[in-house]
Design a protein around this ligand. Structure first.
Ligand code: ADP
Ligand code: MG
Length: 574
């Protein structure tokens, strides 16, 4: 018997699958083909859930959302050359968002390197710009430790993408099972805390603030800092502003949430504490005119290189957000303090919130047809289950939707993110629905897409139907990118002898029946033009927990957002 065991053989594919499982990777998304089919099969045999998608880009977006939602990386499995290149978009997006992700790419045969092998491409080099770590194991025996390092690197420090390249001839090559040493699952990321003196200084700057503001970013959501941050907000009675994906860490309907006075809050705050939010374009770089020139920033981040970007911070707190927030709480416990609710700052913010909310309510109540964005989102908001995962993308759809659609729970909003990526929606929704199935049955995923955004990976509707994921897709359809034209104008244009090649580049085919993409695969499709039809179709979609649906919502092709105070707001994505 002992002899038999020493001769037991194992394929490279099985070693990869076992190594991933050992590192607690539970989900794999991909598109199979030569040379990776056997890897997907081996993963399934070990209980890793494999979700086959229709394009590597969407598969990679899906895998990356797993990392954000669960804190453990998902895997994306792709074939060599073009397969890997399609996945680069997902790798870049994850890395920009600071989300953990493992990409396993098949590559051409090692023995044919530089000979012009099938789909040969310098993959390890290509991935370097899109990842923290990009490597090809030198042998099958090296795979377990390389995969452990990839998984560990993806979650330690600032999270990000890691790439492991697998030559085609490794996949089916058999090696002696005894020669493979699996590496124990890497430990959870070590928790780092800020310097005590810096914590003390931060608390003192906050205490002395006249117009303080906390900004809660998606780093705080990823760090699972919801309980400590909520405590800080409530104990010190501080106003807070979530970034788009920071929404829900502390609920949007919390009395201290000042989202509806966002511009005002940013412009006049004298002390801003950043919890896992970078001073990039999303926060207007922390510079005037959107901020006071002398605003004091306190940055809380796990990545030292982030501290001091674009501004000279008053205090830097290097460490894990949850741990650092607890340090701040301890500091405030020593000498309890609250920001006075009767301050002029609170008064200003409340007044601004009131008038902004009234302005969007007015737009929402417009009875004219076709509907505008606000009308659509108000009706959606009315029926949204509190615990649903909201996925959203599309320029106006995402920007306006964010102001109306509420999040009550952390990590329940996924959108175009730091990289402003369009095309992420269906992949994200699929990942969220797969996680919901395992961890929170009954939870709904609602994916609010612009018509243009939907087009980037519309064929993933087949994946949704194949896996029977009860996702509700809303396509807010204005016949174009940013804006389109109505059917009449479109016909007129073509009657003038013009062809679609000279139509405004923002135009898409008017009145497209996107809901038929869903019915083609057995899901439910609705084409709606009125608030009543929208309400009814949404009610039916929510009631049916077994089937996906797509509601194609026709809106005014020239509809835009409400008038902004500042001219520079009209074209920005915020
Ligand atoms: P947003 O888009 O919401 O503004 P960003 O993606 O710009 O957020 O910023 C997130 C920040 O959070 C990144 O700088 C990242 O380094 C940081 N971060 C991620 N995880 C943690 C953590 N556990 N503790 C502290 N900071 C973290
Ligand atoms: Mg559109």
């Amino acid at each position: 018997e002992r002899n038999n065991r020493s001769e037991e053989q194992v394929s490279g594919a099985k070693v990869i699958a076992e190594a991933l499982r050992t590192q607690d990777v539970k989900y794999m998304f991909g598109v199979v083909g030569i040379p990776v089919i056997e890897i997907a099969v081996a993963a399934q045999e070990l209980g890793i859930k494999y979700i086959g998608m229709r394009n590597e880009q969407a598969a990679c977006y899906a895998a990356s959302a797993i990392g954000y939602l669960t804190g453990r990386p998902g895997a994306c499995l792709v074939v060599s050359g073009p397969g890997l290149i399609h996945a680069l978009g997902g790798m870049a997006n994850a890395n920009m968002n600071c989300w953990p992700l493992i990409v396993i790419g098949g590559s051409s045969e090692q023995s044919q390197e530089t000979m012009g092998a099938f789909q040969e491409f310098p993959q390890v080099e290509a991935c370097r710009l899109y990842s923290k770590f990009s490597v090809r194991p030198s042998s099958i025996e090296a795979i377990p430790s390389i995969i452990e390092k990839a998984v560990r690197s993806s979650i330690y420090g600032r999270p990000g993408t890691c790439y492991v390249d697998i030559p085609a001839d490794f996949v089916n090559r058999q090696v002696n099972a005894n020669s493979i040493k699996y590496v124990e699952c890497c430990m959870p990321p070590p928790v780092s805390m800020a310097e005590t003196s810096a914590v003390r200084m931060a608390a003192s700057v906050i205490r002395n603030a006249k117009q303080p503001l906390l900004i809660i970013g998606k780093g705080a959501a990823y760090a699972r800092a919801e309980a400590s941050l909520r405590k800080l907000v409530e104990q010190c009675k501080l106003p807070f502003l979530p970034t788009p994906m920071g929404k829900g860490v502390v609920p949007d309907n919390h009395p201290n949430c000042v989202s509806a006075a966002r511009s005002r809050a940013l412009q006049f705050a004298d002390v801003i504490v950043l919890f896992g939010a970078r001073l990039n374009w999303i926060l207007h770089f922390g510079l005037p005119p959107r901020y006071q020139a002398d605003v004091k920033f306190i940055q809380v981040d796990i990545c030292a290189e982030e501290l001091g970007n674009n501004v000279r911070p008053a205090v830097t707190l290097l460490g894990d957000i949850n741990a650092v927030t607890k340090q701040l709480l301890e500091e405030f416990d020593k000498a309890p303090w609250q920001y006075p609710l009767e301050s002029t700052w609170w008064k200003t913010l409340r007044e601004k919130m009131k008038s902004n909310e009234a302005a969007s309510k007015e737009l929402a109540s417009k009875r004219s047809l076709p509907m505008n964005y606000y009308t659509v989102f108000y009706h959606v908001q009315e029926q949204l289950p509190r615990d649903c995962v909201l996925v959203s993308e599309g320029a106006n759809t995402m920007d306006i939707g964010r102001t109306v659609l509420q999040n009550y729970l952390p990590r329940h909003r996924l959108d175009a993110g730091t990289f402003g990526t369009m095309g992420v929606g269906l992949g994200f929704a699929i990942a969220a629905a797969i996680v919901a199935k395992d961890r929170n049955p009954g939870q709904r995923v609602i994916c609010v897409e612009g018509d243009s955004a939907f087009g980037f990976s519309g064929m993933e509707v087949e994946t949704i139907c194949r896996h029977n994921l009860p996702i509700i897709l809303l396509v807010v359809n204005n016949n174009g990118i940013y804006q389109g034209v109505d059917t009449g104008t479109w016909k007129e244009m073509l009657n003038f002898g013009e062809t679609a090649t000279v139509a405004p580049p923002v135009c898409l085919l008017p009145n497209s029946h996107y809901e038929q993409v869903m019915t083609a695969f057995g899901g439910k499709g609705y084409f709606v033009q009125t608030p009543e039809e929208l309400q009814k179709s949404l009610r039916q979609s929510l009631a049916d927990t077994t089937k996906p649906s797509l509601i194609n919502i026709m809106i005014e092709p020239q509809a835009t957002r409400k008038a902004q105070d500042f001219h520079w707001l009209t074209r920005s994505h915020m």
